[in-house]
Structures are given as C-alpha cells and as structure tokens.
Design a protein around this ligand. Structure first.
Ligand SMILES: C[S@@+](CC[C@H](N)C(=O)[O-])C[C@H]1O[C@@H](n2cnc3c(N)ncnc32)[C@H](O)[C@@H]1O
Length: 421
C-alpha cells in the first residue's frame, strides 16, 4: 500500500496516513474524560456541559481519519447546511414543528409545502444521516430539538440572513488574501466579502439590499440566547455602577445603545430594569431603525451614523453602550467611533460599556475563534485580545479602561471605560 503514492515525490507525507485515525493514541483518554464529564453533568454547570461537548468533538476528530474529516467538511457539513437553508426558506421546519413530535412522511410534507417529494426526500435523508433528524422509516422522519428550533427566527434565520448571503466571503478568503500578499487585512473598504461578491457594500448593506435584512436582525436578536447578558447580576453590577448616582430627572439620558440594531438589547434591559431614572435611547442607521417592528414605546428611536457627532451630548448620558459592533471594524474606524463617544461623555459621570469578546491569548473557545474568522473574512476586522483592546481604547482613543468584567468562556466581556478629561 505504501506504493500508492510512490509517484508523488513532492508529497511530504505518505498517502497511508489519510486513512488512519487522526490521533489514535488520544482516543482512550478522551473517552474516559467524556464518560467522567457526562457522569457529572447532573450536578454540573452549563460551563461543564460545554467542556464535555468540546471533549466529545475532540474524541470524534481523534477517531476519524483525515479522509473522513475532509469528506465530512466538503460533502457532509456543507451539504447539510445547504439542505437546512432550503428547509428554512421553504417552511419545512415551521411545518414540522407545528405537526409536533409525531413521525412525518416526506410525501405529506412535500404536498403541504408545494415542493417535489423526491427533492425533499433527498434533502431530509442527508440531514438525517448527519444526525440532525430522526429517520423512522423510509422517507419518514421525526423532528429533533434542533429541527424544531430551526422554526424559530432567532435560530433558523441565521442560516438565511447570515450564512446564505455571505458564505462566499469566507470560502474565497484564500483568494482575496493571496491577491493581497497574505497580509492580515485591516481595511474596512476592502473585505473578502466585497471581493467574493464583486460589491463595495459592507455586510449590513449587502444583506439588507439582497432582501434579507429582517432575517439578519432576527439572528442578531438571538445572538446571546442561553448566554449570560452584560446586565446579569453575575456579570456587571448595574445598580451599583450605573443606577446609583445617575441623574434622577426623567428627561436625563440614561443609556444610549449605539449600533443597537432593532433594539433587542434595550428591550431586555428595560424588562429587567423597568424603572431606571431617565431615558433609554436606541441609535442605528436609518435602514435599521426603519426595520423596527415591535419596540417598547418607552425606548427612544434615533437614526444615527456613528461617524457623525453624537447627538446625546451636552446633557450627557450616564451610559453609552456598544455591543458586538466594534468587532465589525478595524482600528481606524473604531477610533473614529470612539472619538465621537468620548466627546459626548461627561467626565466623572458618563461611562462607556463596550460589550465585546476579549480573545484569550491561549486556549480560546471555538465560538470566539469562529467569530474571529467571520470578522476576518466578512469585515477585515477581528476579535481583539486584551492587549489589542487596551491599545485601541487607551492609546488610540484616549479613554481609560476602569475594569474588564468577564462573563465566561465564549461570551462577550464588559469593558468599562471613562473619559478622564
Ligand atoms: C453586529 S450588529 C450588532 C447589533 C447590536 N448591538 C447587537 O449586539 O445585537 C452591528 C450593528 O451596527 C450597525 N451599524 C453599522 N454601521 C453603522 C453606522 N455607520 N452607524 C450606526 N450603526 C451602524 C448595524 O446596522 C448593526 O445593527
């Protein structure tokens, strides 16, 4: 067998390794760790569950061969993602979820959806083979928790509004990068997304103009599902740091959410703290503000481009809040955004809360590194390390970081800043 690639003199390794387990020697140890982790799940935390999940993935990867890993990526996962998106777009997941937990025949589903049963059968067969749907009989399936959740806009619409609209930016990043001499990209006007689709639009305008802005916003609204929020007592002490000593007059601006999308964070904040002193203000581009469907009337909507002078100035807000927005932009743009916030902050009163990922220097969680890949390939930006955050906020923007409040693995921290001057 060793002769199989004898002709490939430039190959640095023998072809045989492609059909041997990736890390065979790690399998027994990982299996033990998985068993131990699973046994302690009933008394463990969600962090413990996440650790077991990482081990399970490592176990599967160690056991499979390089060829199987490649085929999993290039046939299995990509095919499943395409089939899942079809299911979101055609209404399959909503229909199945409405039908309940019973087993469901492809022919019946196809008639209700108005799609070719042969086509639907092929797609569902693959989704089931990938472990995401339960096959009960030939062309008959039972939903799983996952496929039921795909009927929710916060889960299903991520596939439509994000992945389906932008994936070429990621998959053609190598080409974009090669043409730019393999350098780390840092120009917001030159992204792999723009290269792949031949556009000069940034992701938000691109997706909006394709007609999927609403789906992208639904995905953003579900971004923090099941993860601690910045306002949770275990993450950031809202009362002690913000509410106490805030200007009590009803027209004083309390919290301004800059780039707050359609207001999901402010809605959550309002429901947890319904009687904070002063006003809650949502700022985003007109195209986003116009897409707001339901927003508590107590929350003020304000069209605003963060490159311009901050309108909540003079009578400064107690809190300027930025969530998952600076990571979309390289340092030069962030510097300009922060300069506008700094001008508006009242020294000794206002705080800026930056709710963003702090990339650890090692042992990063895959959710954090995955997000960094998105920033790299869709925005020419990055998930910043604490060194990069200090450099941006203190050295470049001239603000002071008071404290970084951590919210756990793979979750955005709260970087609390003040303007000392
Ligand atoms: C990744 S989303 C984050 C939204 C929200 N903060 C959250 O965490 O869900 C980034 C937001 O920045 C907004 N944005 C992009 N360019 C902007 C600009 N020039 N001025 C104001 N907002 C902008 C987008 O419309 C989008 O709502």
């Amino acid at each position: 067998m060793a002769a199989e690639n004898a002709s490939c003199t430039s190959c640095p390794v023998n072809l045989l390794i492609a059909t041997r387990p990736n890390i065979a020697e790690a399998v027994p140890g990982l299996l033990e760790e998985v068993i131990e982790g699973v046994n302690s799940l009933p008394t463990g935390t969600d962090e413990d569950r996440k650790d077991v999940l990482v081990k399970c993935r490592a176990l599967a990867r160690a056991l499979e061969t390089p060829r199987e890993t490649m085929v999993d990526h290039c046939w299995g996962q990509i095919g499943a993602i395409g089939a899942i998106i079809f299911g979101v777009d055609s209404g399959l997941w909503v229909l199945m979820a409405r039908n309940g937990d019973k087993s469901q025949k492809v022919t019946d589903l196809a008639v209700s959806l108005g799609v070719d049963p042969r086509l639907l059968g092929r797609l569902m067969r693959h989704i089931s083979a990938m472990g995401l749907l339960i096959e009960v009989d030939q062309d008959e399936y039972r939903p799983t928790n996952y496929t039921k959740a795909l009927s929710l806009p916060q889960i299903g619409h991520g596939y439509l509004g994000l992945t389906a609209c932008t994936v070429a930016g990621t998959l053609r990043f190598h080409e974009f990068s090669r043409k730019r001499g393999w350098m780390n990209p840092t120009r917001s006007q030159d992204t792999s997304l723009m290269h792949a689709y031949g556009t000069d639009k940034n992701l938000f305008s691109w997706v909006h103009d394709l007609g999927y802005g609403e789906q992208l916003n639904d995905y953003l609204g579900g971004y923090n599902l099941g993860r601690p929020l910045w306002m949770d007592p275990g993450v950031y002490p809202v009362k002690e740091r913000l509410i106490d000593e805030a200007d009590p007059s009803p027209d004083a601006p309390f919290l301004v959410d800059i780039g707050g999308n359609v207001g999901h964070d402010l809605e959550r904040f309002h429901s947890r703290y319904p009687s904070v002193p002063g006003k809650l203000i949502l700022q985003d581009l007109p195209m986003m503000i116009h897409q707001i469907k339901d927003l508590d009337p107590d929350i003020i909507r304000m069209e605003y481009d963060f490159h311009n002078e901050q309108p909540v100035k003079g009578k400064s807000a107690r809190v300027y809040y930025i969530h998952s927005m600076l990571h979309n932009w390289p340092d030069d743009v962030c510097e300009s955004i922060l300069a506008r916030v700094k001008e508006a902050m009242k020294p000794g009163y206002s705080r800026l809360l930056i709710n963003e990922t702090v990339m650890p220097h090692n042992s990063a969680h895959w959710e954090t590194t995955g997000l960094d890949m998105m920033m790299l390939t869709l925005f020419s930006s990055e998930e910043r390390t604490s060194t990069a955050w200090y450099d941006l906020i203190e050295n470049k923007a001239g603000l002071k970081i008071v404290k970084v409040w951590s919210a756990g693995k793979g979750v955005e921290s709260v970087i609390e800043c003040v303007n000392e001057h």
